[in-house]
Ligand binder design. Structure first.
Ligand SMILES: Cc1cc2nc3c(=O)[nH]c(=O)nc-3n(C[C@H](O)[C@H](O)[C@H](O)COP(=O)(O)O)c2cc1C
Length: 356
């Protein structure tokens, strides 16, 4: 198979199952970060082809837990959306996928790439990849249970000696999945080292027709095209890179359309993004939005170049009024510290961890 060279003549759209997506560049789920508020704020900037929810434990979804409900929150503007579910028990995935379809969700993604000890101990996540027959049966059962597209997100395999993604991708395609996302690392790699583009390419070559979505370490427009050129993947999913630069999708879109390069957002545009993100969080969670925005403080602090005392206030913010007071101060005082793209500020799970 010859590798795709990215070109401006390629259609910007991509078909995944029955869905025609307007862009091939997707947001990857980052549990705790890419929930409804962030997704909507990001979509408003433009260029995102698809978003996926944080992974939702099928059992929690079926017991209608508050946590699952919050993760499943969506709205008309939050479209197209795929819900990512996981479980070590096939029947839970089947019932969960059916329930999602009945609720009107348009697609289901099965998580097979989670390196969390708790999840793997449970039989779900990446450990499923070590038992290819069971994995294939599980996926086939879910595909057969629903008519909405079912996709799978996985790593290259458990470790360097067990690269199962090409084999699994081929089998999943036979079982009827609509697309496969590959994070180009093994489970044992955690988030260390770099993404193995060759491994993604081998997975692309293993399937007949369905799109493979390349994922891992894409932080710039150039990285996105490099991923496509080196692997032949038909689409790219961007996680941390979208947190670092929420404008990455509109930058890619402009380049794809052959338009003038995107001018970096002004400080006011960046502040507006923060305000919009927070407003959407509060709309969903009321005052609890104040707690949820705290984990973004270091990131916004570095990005906006605000002095540390203001960043610290954002980290401990107690009320909506206080948020608006902080924003007032940010408008007055940004630039007191050099702003930067805060590459080190998204925590990655490193080895067995409690949470993502
Ligand atoms: C904090 C954090 C949370 C994540 N949560 C999820 C998740 O809920 N579901 C999932 O499939 N992958 C999750 N991932 C993995 C990402 O979707 C992605 O595969 C990985 O970060 C590599 O892509 P990137 O380099 O573009 O971030 C998470 C990663 C991070 C860093």
């Amino acid at each position: 198979m010859s590798l795709i060279k990215w070109s401006s003549t390629e259609s910007p759209e991509i078909q995944i199952g029955n869905r025609l997506l307007s862009s091939r560049y997707f947001l990857s789920p980052l549990a705790g970060y890419t929930q409804h508020a962030f997704r909507v704020a990001l979509r408003e900037l433009g260029g995102v082809g698809l978003c996926t929810t944080d992974l939702v434990l099928a059992s929690q979804m079926l017991s209608r837990s508050r946590k699952a409900k919050a993760l499943l929150k969506t709205s008309a503007e939050d479209n197209p959306l795929t819900v990512q579910i996981f479980s070590g028990i096939a029947q839970e995935l089947v019932v969960g996928a059916r329930w999602l379809e009945q609720q009107g969700y348009e697609a289901v993604d099965i998580n097979m790439g989670c390196p969390m000890a708790k999840i793997n101990g449970n039989g779900g996540g990446a450990r499923i990849m070590c038992a290819p027959d069971a994995a294939c049966q599980m996926v086939a059962d879910v595909v057969d249970a629903v008519s909405i597209p079912v996709t799978v997100k996985m790593r290259l395999g458990w470790d360097r000696d067990s690269i199962t993604a090409p084999l699994l991708a081929r089998e999943f395609e036979k079982a009827g999945v609509a697309a496969i996302t590959i994070h180009g690392r093994t489970r044992n790699q955690g988030f260390g080292g770099t993404v193995d583009l060759e491994g993604i390419r081998r997975t692309v070559e293993a399937v007949q027709q369905i799109p493979v979505v390349g994922n891992g370490d894409v932080c710039t427009v150039e990285d996105a095209f490099h991923m496509r050129n080196e692997t032949g993947c038909e689409a790219v999913s961007i996680g941390r890179g979208a947190m670092l630069d929420p404008w990455i999708f509109c930058k890619i879109e402009r380049t794809v359309r052959g338009e003038e390069p995107f001018v970096e957002p002004t400080m006011e545009e960046q502040i507006k993004f923060l305000v919009r993100h927070f407003t959407l969080m509060v709309a969903q969670h009321d005052d609890y939005g104040c707690t949820l925005i705290r984990k973004f403080a270091a990131w916004y602090g570095a990005r906006l170049g605000i002095p540390e005392d203001l960043e610290d206030r954002l980290r401990r913010i107690q009320s909506i009024d206080e948020f608006h007071e902080i924003v007032k101060q940010i408008r007055l005082r940004h630039g007191e510290r050099a702003s930067s793209i805060p590459t080190a500020l998204i925590k990655t799970p490193n080895g067995p961890v409690e949470r993502w």
